[in-house]
Design a protein around this ligand. Structure first.
Ligand code: FAD
Ligand code: SF4
Length: 502
């Protein structure tokens, strides 16, 4: 795979343009190229060789994350981490692969008119999991942070189990979130885009699409700005094409559709945004945990997660930050902060992630970039307060001497009784601060004429426009979405390919 980078103005033509090269874009481009179509992938980020990933937060956040990792909702209630670069967010993600719960898919069938989706998803999961070599993380590879979650859940009698991942040749460096210097991630960049490229697909990096061109109700092309290595504009481009597959992520795809005035009779474009936000809870142990070593997430606690029970909407997994990230998150300043950072090696951490019922929305700024409007509703704030309490219980049952909660003001609990008392703590916005790595929705698929996208991934308002990314979900999934986005990207790519061949 040799992506083209042009630091100046250019023009091009293709049968189909895929906007974005992450999970959804990679899978769609792969399907389209395998079907023999003339595909051009446009990616705003750079093409970067894994060997240049230096595992330093101050460098890699700017290289692999949108807005250098500082993206947030307009009211700052939730930080939103999204990726950029050839490979998108699959460059820096943690490689967990968790299928959607069949019960959630049944709800989507009943409430969103997505009949047939469960069977189509099941086939697509099989293909993608085989292609990305998804497997269960071997027990021998579990690090101490994950053992805390397993042992704590077992001690409490809570449901727990191993996770599956898409990694081959992983040396357990623990730096997944900063990009894998060992090229062990079986992701869009390592697997799907190279194969699409081998079948003739072209990839252009540093090309930010700002407009989907259309006339008389159908797509005619895209236009945008060519960027320098720092993301500043250095030229303009235009591509003529018959079809556009939007895969710029939940948030960016909606913003692009809005900025392009894509017809939207149901006025739903940009609506229905969910974030699956989480907080970080730390536990201090007598023994060294050294949570930065090894595969970051290999075990989950699902006791408080059920796809349809409004009182069970919390998924708990281990999480571990590198030094700068941890320093920024610690609930303390000054001498106390110094003391806490001195305990870095003895920290374990988990994140309670919320299957959110809040629906936010996306708008586009004047440059067509996404603005995220999302404030957690009261039910979600209550559920997150419980998530903190359950996380504290889990860490204490796993052997923590004390648990630090990112509340305002920060709280420390040392016993299960103290942890359980947190269930009744009033919940407020920014208490705790939330971060989201799984935005979803904005261009939801659905059977109703008001849904912006039909169940096959075809946009309703504009002929020749398709959607293949995390925007498609009609509600929060409650679990990490990458494998489902790969699967949906594949389904959209196949449907678009079939329509181009017809
Ligand atoms: C730290 C972190 C860890 C994660 N870990 C996991 C995990 O373990 N398991 C899991 O299931 N999920 C995980 N995720 C989430 C997962 O990576 C994403 O849900 C998934 O990659 C989203 O796929 P996508 O195709 O919708 O978008 P992305 O993969 O984000 O790809 C979108 C691409 O479009 C590009 N783009 C945006 N706008 C434009 C434009 N206007 N023109 C051209 N290109 C554009 C972006 O630069 C980006 O490369 C994680 C996310 C983060 C941030
Ligand atoms: S833990 Fe494995 S997949 Fe993650 S960065 Fe290290 S080698 Fe790569």
């Amino acid at each position: 795979m040799t992506p083209i980078t042009t630091r100046g103005s250019w023009t091009d033509a293709a049968t189909v343009v895929v906007v974005g090269s992450g999970a959804g874009g990679g899978a769609a481009a792969w399907a389209l190229a395998r079907a023999g179509h003339d595909v051009l992938v446009l990616e705003m980020g750079e093409h970067q060789a894994p060997a240049t990933f230096d595992q330093r937060e101050e460098n890699m956040l700017a290289r692999l994350f949108q807005d250098a990792g500082s993206r947030a909702s307009v009211d700052y209630s939730v930080g939103v981490l999204q990726g950029k670069g050839v490979g998108g967010s699959t460059l820096h993600n943690l490689n967990l692969c968790k299928r959607l719960d069949p019960e959630l898919l049944d709800v989507w069938v009943a409430e969103h008119g997505l009949a047939g989706l469960p069977a189509r998803m099941s086939e697509a999961y099989d293909v993608i999991e085989r292609t990305l070599q998804v497997s269960e993380v071997e027990a021998s590879r579990m690090n101490a942070n994950n053992r805390v979650v397993r042992d704590g859940a077992r001690a409490l009698g809570w449901r727990n189990g191993p996770l599956r991942h898409n990694r081959v040749g992983c040396v357990g460096s623990g730096f997944c979130e900063l990009g894998c210097a060992y090229d062990a991630k079986m992701n869009s960049a390592r697997v799907l885009l190279p194969e699409a490229s081998a079948r003739g697909a072209r990839i252009r990096a540093a090309a930010r699409v700002t407009r989907i061109e259309h006339a008389f109700g159908r797509v005619t092309g895209v236009s945008g700005v060519a960027l320098d290595a720092a993301g500043a504009p250095v030229g303009a481009f235009r591509v003529r094409c018959d079809a556009v597959v939007l895969a710029a992520s939940a948030t960016a795809s909606s913003a692009l559709a809005l900025a392009s005035a894509v017809p939207d009779p149901g006025r739903r474009i940009g609506r229905g945004l969910t974030l699956h936000p989480g907080a970080t809870v730390g536990g201090l142990f007598n023994e060294r945990i050294e949570g930065w070593k090894g595969i970051p997430q290999s075990w989950e606690c699902t006791e408080h997660l059920h796809p349809t029970d409004p009182e069970r909407r919390i998924w708990i997994v281990p999480v571990f930050g590198h030094p700068v990230g941890v320093a920024a998150m610690l609930p303390a300043t000054g001498a106390l902060h110094t003391r806490l950072m001195g305990q870095f090696a003895h920290l374990a951490a988990v994140t309670p992630m919320l299957h959110d019922s809040t629906f936010g929305h996306v708008t586009a700024d004047r440059g067509g970039r996404p603005r995220i409007h999302y404030t957690p509703n009261a039910a979600d704030l209550r559920m997150m307060a419980r998530g903190l309490a359950w996380s504290a219980e889990l860490l204490l049952a796993g052997g923590a001497r004390e648990v630090w909660l990112p509340t305002a003001p920060p709280l420390v609990v040392r016993t299960l009784v103290e942890a359980r008392a947190l269930h009744d703590r009033p919940a407020r916005v920014l208490d705790p601060p939330l971060a989201a790595v799984h935005p979803m929705g904005g261009l939801a698929m659905g059977g109703a004429a008001s849904a912006p996208v039909d169940p096959t991934g075809r946009a309703r308002g504009l002929r020749g426009l398709w959607v293949a990314d995390g925007s498609l979900f009609p509600s929060s999934t409650g679990v990490p979405p990458q494998i489902s986005i790969y699967a949906l990207g594949l389904l959209t790519g196949q449907a678009c390919a079939a329509s181009l061949s017809a």
